[in-house]
Design a protein around this ligand. Structure first.
Ligand code: GLU
Length: 469
């Protein structure tokens, strides 16, 4: 663990609210958060909204919603757009000290900045030197700043550009550690020059690797990457999202793959974050999510399930919290995200839990009987056998005490008979009578979920159909 004792750790997460909040930014926020927490520090949220045209309040809201969903806390938010006076003071001082100057650009036909052309801008007087800094992840990085020339730091006294504003903010907020994407490595040298000019001390840098798609190019929508809040809607648990994001570029050096947030706070080590890009995999995210789902308390799990069940299902006659609680283990086995509950309810995989199914009697016949032409059984014979099997089930399940009506006892009651008569022959019709579906959990599990009364009622309904054939 990387503990810094001397000075209070202060970090910052400074997104530009110019687009949706994606996994890359969320991972940067998370690494800052974990590092801050393990050092009992504080993290600022700062919106870098100096680009007035592209910065939008809705993007800010998307970011704060996602951070609160992930339970990543912060001080702020602060906005660069509200700190104009502070920047102006620094710009004036830099000009006074001869470290920056107002540059007349008319000779060159004006300076193009974004979509605008300026007659004058404020340029930094580049000392043209080699800058070397130590990166916690990358080690020593050097670059010669001569090529940058006297770069522009502000459009005017009131309009600082990113490099200047970021340095002033980090200085004013006494930021000790800058953890950000490695696409900012090339910005660091010029930011250090500005730091030195304003008399700021140098923070410790850690440039974390990019997140890549499976084809190793920068992760984008093209790879199916979504906004963080879309993962929430799809029923990814925040702890799973955090667990998975933490593993994008970091691993504990052990076999452990599943972490709670507390465990991550103590295990995370910024200095062992890898240099190479980290590949994002939706399957892996779902796999991590499935694990965290499996660890949920039943009540908590069912509360989440209920948010994803369609109203049509909720309106079914036997829908109840009690029934849902009994379904919890089975559902946990079946889903990797809660969004799959909506799919299940749309596809008819949930209805039978809450109302007796409708079906034709022929569906109760075990497949191999229907398909195997050489088989001597006629349909009438098959139906006759069904009658025996269902009767056996009814008579024997009746004997189980209502309180012990669990999948084990149901299985023990039916198993020897099923072995003798053919498992498919006996268990298929029972399962089908309970679910009315080709695919559903095994009949023992279903019986336990439905309870004794409903199980027997559905079996009796099947028997009625058989007898009427
Ligand atoms: N606003 C920058 C970004 O969103 C962050 C700059 C920084 O971390 O220094 O990439």
């Amino acid at each position: 663990m990387n503990t810094v004792n001397k000075k209070k750790v202060i970090t910052r997460f400074p997104p530009s609210p110019t687009g949706g909040f994606h996994v890359g930014s969320a991972r940067t926020a998370l690494f800052n958060y974990l590092f801050t927490k393990q050092n009992n520090g504080i993290m600022y949220l700062r919106f870098e909204d100096t680009d007035k045209e592209r910065s939008k309040k809705e993007y800010e809201t998307d970011i704060t919603n996602a951070l609160s969903w992930l339970d990543i806390d912060y001080h702020g938010p602060f906005r660069q757009s509200e700190r104009g006076q502070i920047y102006a003071q620094y710009i004036n001082k830099l000009i006074e000290d001869g470290l920056a100057y107002v540059s007349d650009e008319r000779g060159e036909g004006g300076k193009e900045i974004g979509e605008n052309v300026r007659d004058s801008v404020i340029r930094f007087k580049n000392p043209n030197k080699k800058v070397t800094f130590d990166d916690l992840i990358r080690g020593e990085i050097s670059s010669d700043t001569t090529d940058l020339g006297d770069f522009v730091i502000a459009k005017s006294i009131d309009e600082p550009l990113y490099h200047l504003a970021v340095v002033i903010d980090d200085h004013e907020m006494e930021v000790t550690h800058i953890i950000r994407g490695d696409d900012h490595i090339s910005n660091t040298a010029r930011q250090i020059l500005i730091q030195e000019a304003i008399g700021a001390s140098r923070p410790i840098y850690a440039h974390i690797p990019m997140i890549l798609g499976p084809d190793k190019s920068k992760l984008s929508k093209r790879h199916g990457a979504k906004g963080v809040m879309e993962y929430k809607e799809e029923g990814i648990l925040p702890v799973a999202m955090i667990n998975y994001l933490a593993m994008l570029g970091w691993n504990p050096g052990t076999e452990q793959e599943f972490f709670t947030v507390e465990e991550l706070i103590s295990a995370f080590d910024i200095s062992v974050v890898q240099k190479a890009g980290a590949i994002f995999s939706n399957e892996k995210l779902l796999w991590v999510n499935k694990h965290h789902i499996s660890k949920m308390e039943r009540e908590d799990f069912i509360e989440n399930v209920e948010k994803y069940i369609q109203t049509e299902i909720k309106n079914l006659p036997q829908y109840s919290k009690d029934r849902l609680l009994k379904m919890a283990d089975t559902l946990k086995e079946r889903i990797s995200s809660f969004g799959e509950i909506t799919i299940m309810s749309k596809e008819g995989d949930l209805e039978f839990y809450f109302e007796a199914p409708e079906y034709f009697v022929q569906s109760l016949i075990w497949h191999s009987k229907k398909l195997d032409e050489n088989h001597k059984h006629t349909e009438t014979e098959a139906i006759k056998n069904l009658e025996e099997h269902i009767k056996f089930a009814i008579e024997n399940l009746e004997k189980i005490d209502e309180k012990n009506f669990n999948s084990n006892d149901v299985k023990n009651t039916l198993w020897d008979y099923a072995e003798k008569e053919g498992r498919g022959e006996v268990l298929w019709p029972i399962r089908f009578a309970l679910s009315g579906r080709d695919k559903s959990p095994d009949p023992f599990t279903l019986a336990e979920i439905l309870g004794k009364e409903e199980t027997l009622s559905r079996l009796n309904k099947a028997l009625d159909k058989i007898l009427k054939t």
